[in-house]
Design a binder for this molecule. Sequence first.
Ligand SMILES: [Mn+2]
Length: 317
Amino acid sequence: MRVRVLHHDHCFDGAASAAFVTRFLQSKFYQGAGFVYTGLAHRADQLFEDGLFDGDINVIVDFKYATHPNLTWWFDHHQSAFLSAEDAEHFRHDKSGRKMFDPSFRSCTKFIAHIAETRFGYSAPDLDDLVKWADIVDGALYESAEAAVELHEPAMKLTLVIEGVQGHSLVEKIIRAMQHQPLSAIVADPEIDAEYSRLRHAHLRNIDLIRKTGSCDKGVIYFDLVDYGIEGYNKFIPYYLFPDSAYTVSVSTSSFRTKVSVGSNPWVREPLRHNLASICERYGGGGHPKVGAISFPTGAIADARRAAAEIREELKN
Ligand SMILES: [Mn+2]
């Protein structure tokens, strides 16, 4: 038997969710099954191709709902979990008891751990540290912007690798390692350590680049990385550089999308006035109340910049 796990790609919580759900399903439902992993990214065109659901069992974690009849399990915690009102309606009529959604959880990993324990009597104490760090990383619960940017903890090093590495094979290696190894052992793996060293240089360069291209007006940071061909950057760099800011809006582009990223400063004291997922949803994007994004086709840079400019103005109020 083959279990296909579709997870949010290049995301620590997405990888940790895939690792945790594997342990849970292997132990409680599918002993001896082979688990295979596919990373999913938000993009402007079709999100789910039919061929994705090719396992005997198909699981989505930390990513949008799919109405595909071959979808067996689904766990998500994004406010924007449904592509359409029809999808949300489809979910409400689900009778399987295996489609789970709770946007009040900061990480999907913790949500899966909670459901596994409370509904299925499954717990994995050796994964407590993994669950704890997924919550810190996805919930932005770092004590400071310095702690989020300076990469001392193994989980932060792994986050840099997972978010920055090209392709899926190293992410898959990490997902498999997360099921049985402590994070400190995973970062010590020579292949992962080599990628970390490479990406750390890029990270330091990104800090310089955002310092150079970024500006902050009325609490809103803005920068545009389109000309530099950089899509991925540690999302806390802007608050490290502009500690008095409340929001960030940025434009970047990669091989498969042009992206507007919208974030909020986790260390700001005043309550935030805007729901960023709702703002992004108006432009066809989504996310969480405190962080969201919009994907455009690669060539639609002018559209992306226009949306970014509008959102920037809206957030200044
Ligand atoms: Mn998540």
